[in-house]
Design a protein around this ligand. Sequence first.
Ligand code: NAD
Ligand code: ZN
Ligand code: ZN
Length: 373
Amino acid sequence: MSTIPVRAAVFVGPNAPLEIRELQISDQPGPNEVLVKLAASGVCHSDLHALDGDWETPAPLVLGHEGAGVVLAVGSEVTDLEVDDHVILSWTPSCQKCEFCVSGNPVLCQLANETAYQHVFFDGKPRLSDGEQDVKSFLAVGSFGEYAMVPASAAIRIRKDAPLAQAALVGCAVTTGIGAVTNTAGVEPGSTVLVVGCGGVGLNVVQGARLAGAKQIIVADVSNEKLELGRTFGATHVINSREVDLLDTVRELTGGRGVDYAFEAIGLPFTIEACYEAIRRGGTAVVVGQVADGVKISIDPFVMSDQEKKLIGSNYGSSRQSIDFPKIIDLYMEGLVDLDSMVTDRITLDGVNDAFAEMRQGRGIRSVIEYGA
Ligand SMILES: NC(=O)c1ccc[n+]([C@@H]2O[C@H](COP(=O)([O-])OP(=O)(O)OC[C@H]3O[C@@H](n4cnc5c(N)ncnc54)[C@H](O)[C@@H]3O)[C@@H](O)[C@H]2O)c1
Ligand SMILES: [Zn+2]
Ligand SMILES: [Zn+2]
């Protein structure tokens, strides 16, 4: 067994820039793991939450969780993947044994909650080292590095004719957004839908609502650029919530009734509350955006019972990644899902801190890091 060098962007603590360092990884995957050579990684707002200290995150750690690449080596017990397979990485590996996995909810996997969500592998250990100390991988992925070791269940094979920069986005934003509509909420054709926040995730909620046959898709954001993108992805109405009152405008657009479904895709308490307010009696508000540690919301429980309004959460679009990733890629290849317009910046690993600066300013949809051949 030997190690290979990995150039990676390392989180060293909140509010400090990521440091580009050379790390080491074993070239021999564990029995149920695969070693992946990353081709591309998107930069998601969840990485920014970690970087900004919104979420307690250990250091040193390789950030990034929205990646795609090519399998370089497979462990001795891996039967469904081969060297050279093209894969999208999943940030929720599934143990395939716990009650959640067995009942078809792998995003709730017990073991993943205990390990990957603590940025370690199923055995509780990290896989990278800087020569002096272990380095963790964000959500057991760490896609801001040239190579990643992942549990085999976190490497989902896709067709080889799909471009890997676009495929990387299916590893988080696309599946999260489309899945929130089709899997979590089960939006029916003819529904009215509100999407608050038109970033990488929100635009995919819009795209999901279009695929589901929603008749009215209202989007809200504070950026006119994002609202225009919302139209491109299928919005029928746009609201700049900095310029007009969000709830008044939704009421006007729905004849006073409210929307059937509202999706929050930012991660702010007042917009989550607004989504709940914006739904009709019996409607459903879906929390997709993720708040900083400790943030709470306030909901009127009388209204909740009296009007049978539902407030539900969506993790990773309630996806079953081994089914949903290849399906979304097929939809893209058939022209039914737009991934091309999502890639607004192609950058190298060295540009990752600039990509976060752009995200903080609300510019672009996704910066995608492309690794050399
Ligand atoms: N539930 C999940 O499984 C899951 C998965 C991935 C990401 N997320 C979360 O989804 C959220 C969005 O991620 P993203 O990558 O799309 O982020 P992003 O930064 O690309 O987009 C956020 C959008 O919200 C808009 N916005 C900011 N403040 C606003 C306000 N007050 N009113 C209206 N619009 C506002 C911004 O202009 C931007 O368009 C984050 O909290 C992220 O952590 C959740
Ligand atoms: Zn499980
Ligand atoms: Zn993400």
